[in-house]
Structure formats: C-alpha cells, structure tokens
Write a protein that binds this ligand. Structure first.
Ligand SMILES: NC(=O)c1ccc[n+]([C@@H]2O[C@H](COP(=O)([O-])OP(=O)(O)OC[C@H]3O[C@@H](n4cnc5c(N)ncnc54)[C@H](O)[C@@H]3O)[C@@H](O)[C@H]2O)c1
Length: 268
C-alpha cells in the first residue's frame, strides 16, 4: 500500500493539460499519468489521432485518459473544454495551461492580427481556463494550477513582442491567482523554461541555419549558446517532472512562483 502511494503520488487526481498532443504538454500528460492521475489530453490534432494518443497513455499507465478538442483562442470553446473535462473525469484537480504559439518579427513589422492571436492563446486563454476551473476547485478545497510561461516571462528577446508581453502577463496572472486562493488549498505557479527541444523551436532553428549557413545541429547549438550558459536544451520530460512535483502534496506551500528551468539563462 505504502509503495503504491510512493510511486503513484497523484492517484485519484484529475488533470487537464492544454496543448498536450505534442511537445512539453505531452510530456506533462505522461508524467501526471505515470504518477497515477486521470488525464485529459487536449490539442488541435484530428479526433482519431487524439483518441489514439489518449488510449496509448491510458494503456501505458493504467489510468483514465481521454482526448478533448478546443481552440484556446476562443473563450466559449475554453469554457466548454473545462466543463467537458470536469464531466469526463468527474471533476478537475489539476489545470496545466501549456498551449502556446510563437511568432517572430520586429515590433514595427509585427502584424496586429499576429499580436492578437499570440495574446489570445498565450495569455487570455489561460485566464479564461483558470476562471472556469476555479469555482469547483474552491468548492472542493483543492487545486493545482500550473502555467507554462517561459524565460520570456522574466526577460526579453528581440523580435518576440507579443510572446514576451503575453508570458510576462502570464507570470503576473499566476501571482494574482496564487494570492487570491492562498487559503483555499489551491496553488498557482508558473514554469519558465529556456530552450526545450520541441516543434515550437524548430522554425527558429531552420531560420538560424539558413541565415548563418549552418547545419540544423550547429544552428540549434548556436541558438542555445546565444542565451544559455548551459549549451543543452531542456528535455520535455524534465518539465513534466517539475509539474508532477508541483501537483504533489510536497508542493502544497509552493505558490505564486515563477520557476526558471533555463540552463542559467536568467541567472546572468
Ligand atoms: N519549446 C521551448 O523552448 C519553450 C520554451 C519556453 C516555453 N515554452 C512554452 O511551452 C508551451 C508548449 O510549447 P512546446 O514547445 O511544447 O510547443 P508545441 O508546438 O509542441 O506545443 C504547443 C501546443 O499548443 C497547442 N496549441 C497551439 N495553439 C492552440 C490553440 N489555438 N488551441 C488549442 N491548442 C493550441 C498545439 O496544438 C500544441 O499541442 C508553450 O506555451 C510555449 O510557449 C516552450
């Protein structure tokens, strides 16, 4: 019995991870399922693909796992997603706001539609999801909210006006939600990764390779070394492990934090 609670510290918990059909979100969904949580996998992939992914996670970790769609730039769709997740799992204890997009251009050339869509998905979508999930968490006296921000929630880089604004906003939102719910058994934290090896960075690697006539491998290394004292990217699974810790009983007083996982980027 003791061994079960040690290896499955999240048994009985119910989690929604947005944008979990790929990359960091998928690694978080896997880490939570491995720890025993029932999980909603969410993303923009076709139903059949999403359902196959959910079935794979359910089989591998022997937990309930379902796939749900929902456009994170649409407030009604997000509210519907939270309701469907609550219905599918019988409630929601853990919300991980992970879905996000990137667009790069200098500020004077930044298309307003791109600014709005990055802000909608990376910031407003998180606010709407938290707003919809909070009442039931408050009622049950337990909740874990984890926002996947970025080092760009703490410092800036050129050509990322919308992304940096949204992620700084997400760190601020995290602190407000943590303060408002400090006595309700609910924690809210932001994780601020540096470079993580996923699809979202692939375009930036390709652009760097073309600009400097480098191989993809050399371009990846050059991008990381521009910013991080450690020249390796973080593995998505490492972010999953940190989310699992934040959702565990040991994380109960860790709230309102913006935690860098960035190879020393923001230590400089
Ligand atoms: N990869 C990195 O280096 C890095 C660093 C810091 C922060 N992040 C953040 O981590 C999060 C995950 O990124 P990733 O690297 O895994 O990239 P990714 O592109 O693999 O994942 C992004 C996910 O968001 C989903 N998504 C995007 N727009 C959506 C929308 N409108 N509605 C619903 N879902 C939508 C996608 O379907 C996908 O599942 C993002 O918030 C990103 O900003 C990534």
């Amino acid at each position: 019995m003791q061994e079960v609670s040690h290896t499955r510290p999240l048994a009985g918990r119910r989690a929604l991870v947005t944008g979990s059909s790929s990359g960091i979100g998928l690694a978080i969904a896997e880490a939570l399922a491995k720890a025993g949580a029932a999980v909603v996998v969410h993303g923009l992939v076709p139903q059949a693909e999403g359902q196959a992914l959910a079935a794979q996670i359910a089989d591998a970790h022997l937990v309930p796992c379902v796939f749900l769609e929902g456009d994170m730039s649409n407030a009604d769709a997000i509210t519907g997603l939270i309701e469907q997740a609550q219905a599918a799992l019988g409630g929601l204890d853990i919300l991980v706001n992970n879905a996000g997009v990137q667009f790069t251009a200098r500020t004077e050339n930044f298309p307003i539609e791109r600014w709005q869509s990055v802000l909608n998905i990376n910031l407003t979508g998180c606010f709407v999801a938290i707003k919809a999930a909070l009442p039931a968490m408050q009622q049950q006296g337990f909740g874990r909210i984890v926002n996947i921000a970025s080092v760009h929630g703490l410092v800036a880089s050129v050509e990322k006006a919308a992304y940096v604004a949204a992620k700084h906003g997400l760190v601020g939102l995290t602190k407000v939600v943590a303060l408002e719910n400090a006595e309700q058994g609910i924690t809210c934290n932001a994780i601020c990764p540096g470079w993580v090896d996923t699809a979202i960075v692939a375009k930036q690697v390709t652009a760097r390779a073309e600009r400097d006539q480098l191989t993809e491998a050399d371009a990846r290394r050059a991008l990381v070394q521009d910013k991080q004292p450690m020249s390796r990217m973080t593995a998505p699974a490492a972010i999953g492990d940190l989310v699992r810790f934040l959702c565990s009983d040991s994380g109960q007083t860790l709230t309102g934090a913006a935690l860098p996982v960035d190879g020393g980027w923001t230590a400089q």
